[in-house]
Write a protein that binds this ligand. Structure first.
Ligand SMILES: [Zn+2]
Ligand SMILES: [Zn+2]
Length: 257
């Protein structure tokens, strides 16, 4: 049984393929349950994001996923979600969208600190001071109970020079909060793909996952598909499963809706 709840669409402007192409690739690779979790269309004022759909495309996204659910019923189960940062100022808006569109789930993928306009990408954090806002948001996000899981918890290692004592402390805090709140942590296949391509660990970072292993944290593998082909690269999926098992992590393949 293969599941994946981390799938983007062309609407975020850095993903390719039709929505249906993702579904077909998933079926071909033997997935039985998938979720679309495109980047949340935050209602920014006076700022246009280059990495997420505008609010105006949100209804079309919902409609497209709902119609694929119908079309492929019996072949694959398709869920409708979003990948969201923890931006407390937009929580009321977020809750309204969840109700209005009947979203099945949200995943917490915290990409910018403190927010996107004028903020910094959390894959480019290079000093201990810059880790602090990431830490605060991720811990508060897990505490909120709104999210099915925490995507790429170790994203900060994409840009941080070495896994030092600050990273160790941050990792322990994230894993402890995940244990306390029952939040699964995502082992991110897209990061793994980039790490192999570029020949550097980045994220997922082995030191983070060794710590998660010490606690026996609940882990979920997320493809973070930005192309339909990402669903066909099942070798990475199998490799990550073996790696996580060897560390003593509890691998789960479903989310609470
Ligand atoms: Zn993305
Ligand atoms: Zn993503």
């Amino acid at each position: 049984m293969k599941h994946n709840f981390h799938t983007h669409t062309y609407r975020c402007m850095h993903a390719d393929g039709t929505d249906e192409a993702y579904v077909r690739a998933a079926i071909e690779s033997g997935f039985t349950r998938i979720g679309f979790s495109d980047h949340c269309p935050w209602p920014y004022k006076d700022f246009v994001s280059g990495m997420r759909m505008p609010v105006s495309e949100f209804p079309g996204y919902v409609q497209s996923v709902r119609s694929l659910q119908e079309k492929y019923r019996g072949k694959i189960e398709i869920l409708l979600g979003l990948e969201c940062e923890y931006f407390p100022q937009y929580l009321p808006w977020m809750q309204e969208q969840v109700r209005a569109y009947g979203l099945d789930y949200l995943i917490l993928g915290h990409h910018f600190s403190p927010t996107e306009p004028g903020g910094i990408y959390n894959g480019n954090l290079t000093t201990p001071e810059l880790l602090e806002p990431y830490r605060e948001a991720v811990l508060a996000g897990m505490e909120s109970g709104m999210f099915a899981y925490l995507a790429h918890p170790d994203l900060f290692m994409r840009g941080y020079p070495v896994f030092d004592a600050h990273c160790e402390k941050l990792s322990r805090e994230i894993v402890e909060k995940a244990m306390q709140t029952g939040t699964p942590l995502e082992y991110n296949i897209l990061g793994m793909f980039h790490g192999k391509r570029d020949g550097k660990p980045g994220y997922p970072h082995p030191a983070f996952w060794r710590i998660a292993g010490e606690y026996g944290a609940k882990t979920i593998i997320g493809i973070d598909a930005h192309t339909p082909d990402a669903y066909r690269d099942t070798e990475l999926f199998d490799e990550s499963e073996a790696f996580l098992r060897a560390l003593g992590l509890e691998i789960i393949d479903d989310i609470a809706l």
